[in-house]
Design a protein around this ligand. Structure first.
Ligand code: GLV
Ligand code: GLV
Length: 331
């Protein structure tokens, strides 16, 4: 009999079909949140799983899934997976790095530009039927061209964001746990600064950090106060990196000018104070959601599962496995 793969949400049927030759596929018919008990039940006799960022796979769920050998995450960030517990249980895990870098970088710029130029506010006003004449001093926003753009977190996505600054003749400064090598800094035309300087000097600040306990509330009240009152803050990283309550206060009181936010603490719920504020652009975690990139992410997840079970061009070597030691131990 074929091994069983459970897929926690429906996606591109032609990509899912690539699994069917080798797996008994069980795909959820609709997108929804699963409790730990529901995950445990669905994984009870699964050999592999393809999960999304809302599916929390921890030690407890794994205890109920004795046959599980591989979990493919549909996303680059994998703070929904307890990697230590997976590794201990001998379960391989993969994510979807790199295929989404450029698409997420596009979206960081989209949010930055939309927040700086007040696109959402102005559209709401127009849709509300309030446009009766021109307003020469209406909708004054912040320029992005020629300004200093700060990037906190300079992985591949941060670098892709930085490269886009050239056409805007913007200056890029960044802070990261480790500094880029000189060649990469030159290629990105990015200058390394400490976090305090990044906060103080950025006209617009983009967050691209992975979520870790150490990054919890990396941007809170004190950091927001250290920013320019004209600044735009963009969070395309993870909920929890920004203290959302503090952000709502900062936007309401003019500590910073505006924000573009794609990820939230406790999403899909959004802090109610953020919903009351006009000077923020909100989106439901869609930074990687282009037609091409979501297909590439799905295909990469499927490639990893196939490879983990010895099939396809990467047989035995899942291309983006996070804990490769697990497979080495098994062989
Ligand atoms: C999206 O948030 C991802 O991690 O891919
Ligand atoms: C950004 O933090 C990345 O992982 O590329």
């Amino acid at each position: 009999t074929k091994p069983k793969v459970w897929i926690s949400r429906p996606f591109f049927p032609d990509i899912v079909d690539r699994l069917r030759e080798h797996f008994d596929v069980s795909a959820e018919p609709e997108e929804r949140a699963f409790s730990a008990a529901e995950l445990a039940e669905r994984l009870a006799d699964s050999d592999a799983a393809i999960v999304g960022l809302a599916d929390k796979i921890d030690g407890k769920v794994l205890e109920a899934a004795p046959k599980l050998r591989f979990v493919a995450n549909l996303g680059v960030g994998y703070n929904n997976l307890d990697i230590d517990a997976l590794t201990q249980a001998g379960v391989g895990a993969s994510n979807t790095p790199d295929v989404l870098n450029e698409t997420v970088a596009d979206y960081a710029w989209a949010l930055m530009l939309a927040a700086a130029r007040r696109v959402g506010e102005a559209e709401r006003w127009l849709r509300d039927g309030q446009w009766h004449g021109s307003r020469f001093e209406g909708w004054l926003g912040a320029d992005v061209h020629g300004k200093t753009i700060g990037i906190l977190g300079m992985g591949r996505i941060g670098q892709a964001i930085a490269r886009r600054a050239a056409g805007f003749r913007a200056r890029v400064i960044y802070h990261n746990r480790s500094r880029l090598d000189a060649a990469l800094e030159r290629e990105c035309a990015a200058t390394y600064v400490d976090k305090a300087s990044l906060l103080a000097q950025s006209d617009h600040l983009i967050l691209v950090l992975p979520y870790t306990p150490a990054n919890h509330h990396a941007i809170g009240e004190a950091e927001l106060k250290a920013m320019k009152p004209t600044a735009v803050l963009v969070n395309i990283a993870r909920g929890g990196i920004v203290d959302d309550a503090a952000l709502a206060r900062a936007l309401a009181t003019g500590t910073i000018a505006s924000a573009g936010v794609d990820v939230f603490e406790g999403e899909p719920s959004v802090h109610p104070d953020l919903l009351k504020i006009e000077n923020i652009v909100l989106s439901p975690h869609i930074a990687s959601a282009s037609r091409d990139t979501r297909r590439d992410m799905a295909a990469l997840a499927v490639d990893n599962v196939l490879a983990a079970f010895g099939h396809g061009p990467h047989a035995g070597r899942p291309p983006t496995i996070i804990n490769p030691g697990v497979l080495a131990d098994a062989s």
